[in-house]
Structures are given as C-alpha cells and as structure tokens.
Write a protein that binds this ligand. Sequence first.
Ligand code: 2P0
Length: 349
Amino acid sequence: MNTRPPPCSDRWSRAPQKAPPPSRTRNIALIKYWGKRDERLVLPWTSSLSMTLDVFPTTTRVRLDPGAEHDTAALNGVPATGETLRRITAFLELVRERAGCDRRAVVDTRNTVPTGAGLASSASGFAALAVAAAAAYGLALDATALSRLARRGSGSASRSIFGGFAVWHAGRGTGTAADADLGSCAEPVPAAGIDPALVIAVVSAGPKAVSSREAMRRTVDTSPLYRPWAASSRDDLDAMRAALRRSDLDAVGEIAERNALGMHATMLAARPAVRYLSPATVTVLDSVLQLRRDGISAYATMDAGPNVKVLCRRADAPLVAQVVRGAVSQGSVLVAGPGDGARLLSEGA
Ligand code: 2P0
C-alpha cells in the first residue's frame, strides 16, 4: 500500500465553490450544538442539525509559502492575530500532519457577515478553510473526511461542508479512538418536500461579549439545566428527522424553536449566567408569536447572539420579513434559503 502523502503544492486554492452563484457555507442549526465532551477533538455531547444558507458567503484562499516560518492570515484584509491566528495555525497543523508537508501557509478570508455576531461566521470560515487548505496541501478528501477535518476548527463547520439540511452525528467516546473511522461527522439529510426560508433579523452586528466556546464550557460545567436539555435534544433530533421526512414545516419549526429556547435556558442557568438575548430579540420573538396567532407558520431560533432567524415557508417569507422588519427598530432583515455546501472555486471565478 502506498502511504506516502501527496506532494506539497504551491497552487492557490479557494473555497467554497464556483461563482456565480456565490459560495454558500453558512449554516443555522435547527437542533443546536451546545457543549463538548472532548475540547481538543471538538466532540460534542449531542448531535445537531442545520440548514446551510444561500447568503453570507465566505471565500478563503490558501497559498503555501516555501520561505515562510509562520502561517499568516488576513480576515477581510486585516491581519489576524492572537486567538484567531492561533486557531487557524492549529488547524493548518492538522492539515500539514496529514499531508506530510511542513510548509507554512498564507490564508486570505473574505466574510460578508459581521464576525462574532451569532451568525455562525466560524462555521463558514473553517468549512471554507478546510476545503481550501486540503486542496492547497494536496489532500484528496471526500466530503465526510472534510466534515471531520472542518469540525476540528469549529464544531458547526462540520455541517457547512454539506448543502441543504445536514446532521452532525455526535459519535461516541472521547480521545483519539473516538475520532477513528467515521467518528463524529456530518451527513446530508434529505428534505425535498419542504420549501423553507429563514428570515434573519440582525438586531446587533457587534461582537459578542462571551465567545460561544467559553459559553459552552461554562454551561456544561455549571448549568443544572444542561443535562436535561441534552437529553431532550436527542429526542428533538429524532422528532426533527421524522418531521423533515414527512415534510411537516410546522413540526420542524416547533421543534427548532423549543430546542433553541431550551439551549438559551441552559445558558441563563449557568454560573455566572450567559445571556445573549437582548430586548430587541424579545421584541422579534413577540412578532413571531403574533404571526402565528394570525395563522402564519413562523418559528424562531437564536444562536450565540441576539439575532433571530425565523423559519417559514418560502411563499410566506416576504410577509414574515415585513412583519419582522416592523419589529426591528435598528438593524436589518434579510431572507435566506437553503444553499450549497463548501466547495472549491476555480481560479478567476
Ligand atoms: C450551533 N452554535 O449549533 C450552535 C448553536 C451557537 C449556538 O455552533 O467551539 O463556533 O468552535 O466548536 O461551532 C457556535 O459554536 O463552536 C455554534 P466551537 P462554534 O450552530
């Protein structure tokens, strides 16, 4: 068996996919990932399920630099430093180990969404970096292997390798053995029968006070509500998959909303509490309740930030967006649909 790694390459690579249409790697979880059982390997306590979006693309270029002693990275043209650069370098180390190549890399990432505002920028960032870095270092990885690799950068990135709906399996155990074979990775979930939209209310585009990584750690370590939520989240996932199979958007939305509210309850019960939701969040949640009272299927989900994503039928999205816009005094509202997973762009695309 030939176990030699593929040769280093100096070519540029970019992820994801060809444009137009733009690359689409951001995902919003309908069953949340919240809490790791193994921090180093980014193994979660529970499985999660998300929809990859057709908005906010991330485009990442990776070039190997034979003369460089360190990796360098720029986010929207600004050199990365501190924890951001450390995470990128740690991720590139994984790729170098697998490729048997120690050349340093130059990473250039362009995000079209505010970083750190609870709109899942690390998911798209590490999914794009996984695809681009694997190509630059000459690693031929299938989607499952890319998902496992992306997970090591940021858990939710494992789901962004796939388009549409994807489930990230928690897997079992801890340590390197737990990551053997298929381990913890995402796979697509067929959901052809529903035509969903997510109306995204950006009530604050500022960076969050507590990183999701720190907030998860604190929740797992101190919240008395964490274990009950994790147990109910496993049931929610089964119910969600069944709802997607029968194309039942109302059930999908109800399960997503209760799962997200439960996740935020676990954080509120952490010591000290983590509270991402703001008064503006609650105002949008009220407008979603009113939509339902008026007979419109609309369901909310929130991540590690105050912004609200409202799941509805695509046909109802203009009305839902109008109502949500009325509830958002400052900020913006946009409509997303299901998008493609992370892919390589051809140079010049
Ligand atoms: C999710 N979030 O499922 C959940 C819901 C936020 C709330 O995944 O520590 O940036 O890098 O694995 O992936 C945000 O967490 O965390 C996240 P790390 P990540 O989308």
